[in-house]
Design a protein around this ligand. Structure first.
Ligand code: SAM
Length: 292
């Protein structure tokens, strides 16, 4: 283990504050558990969600983050989001009384994350922190085996790093058309990398996070696949293969059905080329750190 001098350790609680049995994976009742067993999930955005693409181009709903946190942690435990963006994970952690730390390269996203957190109340004893730092440095902030859940929606290789030309957007009065929907052109931004180097970089980051995760602690990654020059770019396959090489075990693949969030459908490929709309679903890749 590294010594204190080289670490920038955070003083944040990570132990359960509930009375659940030690072997229980979460605080859910049998009835709540039953509802979570379907492999296809659907969510709606609520008022507190950030939908403004100028504020942040790619946010997931608070209710999605909440479900992942409820499934894989107990009250009082510690959640880490390596690419926290607008801070949705922190909001869900605050709602569910979990300690959480989120990292992002961009100061503006860290400020946005902080602004979404309310001042604590009597029933909420947990802490949520947004830190401007890069995911490659996260292992300096935590002791080994203290994190119960690593949960994030990472940047998606350099696939966002191009002009928006989607046919579905061409016919709409859409402010995003022709824009590069990227978080930044910072060279540390994983969104600037091509798929191979991206996969490698994600592998390096997740390998450095593995010792911090408790054994049987979950690590969930939300990614879509993409179409690029009429080729299917299977980001989820690259990440599964890479994380397996780095010591994670794949437990579940859950489909986030986004059909209720898609506004208009263009005719892609008709009548010669069958192409499903990438935005209609995303993957939730659920790994864990294997038991000791
Ligand atoms: C898909 S967004 C996350 C959005 C988040 N789920 C939400 O609901 O707001 C990915 C984020 O990763 C950040 N990012 C890119 N490269 C990074 C790196 N090397 N370290 C930390 N953050 C990074 C980007 O700035 C961006 O905000």
């Amino acid at each position: 283990m590294k010594t204190l001098e080289t670490k920038n350790l955070l003083n944040i609680d990570f132990k359960r504050t509930c009375n659940c049995k030690p072997t229980n994976i979460n605080c859910m009742s049998a009835k709540e558990w039953l509802k979570s067993q379907l492999g296809v999930w659907k969510f709606n955005y609520e008022k507190r969600d950030i939908r403004d693409k100028q504020a942040h181009p790619a946010t997931f709903p608070i209710s999605l983050a909440r479900k992942i946190i409820d499934l894989f942690t107990h009250e009082g435990e510690l959640v880490v989001d390596p690419f926290v963006g607008s801070g949705t994970t922190l909001v869900a952690a605050q709602d569910s009384n979990r300690n959480a730390v989120g990292f992002d390269l961009q100061e503006k996203y860290i400020e946005l994350s902080k602004s979404r957190l309310t001042n604590g109340n009597f029933f909420n004893t947990s802490t949520q922190i947004a830190i401007q730092d890069e995911a490659r440095n996260i292992n300096q902030y935590f002791e080994e085996e203290t994190i119960s859940l690593i949960w994030t929606s990472p940047p998606y290789a350099n696939l966002l790093n191009r002009e928006r030309k989607n046919k579905s957007r061409r016919f709409r009065n859409n402010e995003q058309l022709g824009k590069v929907e990227q978080y930044s052109q910072d060279e540390r931004d994983l969104g600037t990398l091509a798929l191979d180097s991206y996969t490698q970089a994600m592998g390096n980051i997740y390998e450095s996070l593995l010792p911090l995760l408790k054994h049987k602690g979950h690590c969930v990654i939300n990614v879509p696949d993409m179409w690029w020059e009429n080729q299917r770019i299977t980001i989820h396959v690259s990440l599964i293969e890479e994380l397996r090489k780095r010591g994670y075990e794949l437990r579940n693949i859950i489909i986030w059905d986004r059909t209720n969030l898609v506004n208009q459908i263009g005719i892609f490929g008709w009548p010669s080329n069958y192409i499903t709309m990438g935005v209609t679903f995303e993957y939730l890749l659920d790994f864990w750190r294997p038991p000791k």
